[in-house]
Design a protein around this ligand. Sequence first.
Ligand code: PLP
Length: 455
Amino acid sequence: NHPTLAYLENTPSSKQFLEEAKTVMPGGVTANIKHFDPHPIIMKHGKGSIVTDVDNNKYIDYLMSYGSLVTGHGHETIKQAINAQMVEDGTWLFGTPHHLEVEFGKRLQNYFPSLERLRYTNSGTEATLLALRLAAAYTGKHKVAKFEGHYHGGYDQMLVSVNPPVDLAGEEHAPNALPESKGMHESHVENTLILPFNDLNACEDLLRAHRNEIGAVMMEPVQGGIIPADVAFMRGLRKVTRELGIILIFDEVKTGFRLGLGGAQTRFDITPDLTTLGKAIGGGFPIGVVGGRKDIMMNSAPSSGADVFDSSQSKYFSAKDVLFHSGTYNGQPMILAAGMAVINILEKEINSVMEKTNRLKEGINHIFDYYGVEGGTVGIGSIFSVTLTNKEKISNYRDLQQTDLATRKEIDFRLLQKGIYTKPMNRFSVSTSHTDEDVDETLIAFDQVFQEVFE
Ligand code: PLP
């Protein structure tokens, strides 16, 4: 019974539930990310910043569903917005255009001026997938470049070198492309060029060498929501992609509304060609957005001949010159109503989220100093991580891999035991619902854990 795993004593029902769940779903989970060993904690209730598990343990939640719950659990304003939408229109899905598609879109355009036109999807994954198709349609080039350690969704083309074993990852300046899943065809690995994050010279060399095949560079402007691209790096990449006729896509699924209202592009004043959004903009409901330059986005407009009736086959087909984009639930009215409510809340409270995050980060950094432990918090905006390292600056995936991951895990398990929840080894996401008292309690728990581990 290692002290690190003391949470096991308090979570027998979670363990039991997982056994039952295994009879329904492989491994008992419906997304592998929900699992951790020896067993995940099964939650049953959430309100504000607090979640309660099936054993009635309460935790201050910093997982916040991987950053999506920027307003916390069960926010009354969001509940009211969804209720009002249901009552007003009397249904939750039309399958026709709906006024909120325009109203929410305009509010997004206000904070992301680069979204000259946009489309809705049901998830971040679908948004990045559509962005790649838009880029390929525009440039006629089908290979894409992405960065080592960056995640854009769980489909084959982007599921390359997201979390590669460092010993197989190759040269730092020209990383290998490695598949992340069984069942992927090698063509996806061949069609995806891996770039080193925050290394402009190396990126420029690789992009120039592949300029005739690469249609798009997709990047998380803040890797994993925690490692920002240097501004000079982003500016350089913007310049070289423009010169080479490569579409620059900022995947802001994680950073949207997490660095303030707007995203990394707003904060750093860089204009990508295309942007993808998701997570926080839906306040916990499934949504994705892809938008950007009008001339690129207009490829998806139906006016150029979509849904042509083919009388010889008695069926409709999409003409080849039209970019296919569809989805039964795209622009689901209740989700857009929730998104509008998220913006209303953040317009009033975003500063206080940032202040609370900063106080938490400063407190944790102070605890590192006090106990003489090398490392501290890494991150900008309302998401951060905790790393143990003597490196001055963490700039990319490989830097992160060199940190002391084992001790970080031990800290996380001990925090669980003290009622601070984030999935072990994950990030901390702060929401409008976290209180000053939550921050105080969390710092007390960190202090106790550091005392246990380092004294
Ligand atoms: N892009 C980024 C940067 C993400 O962090 C994620 C999810 O973690 C995605 C895309 C995929 O979004 P979703 O899980 O909504 O499909």
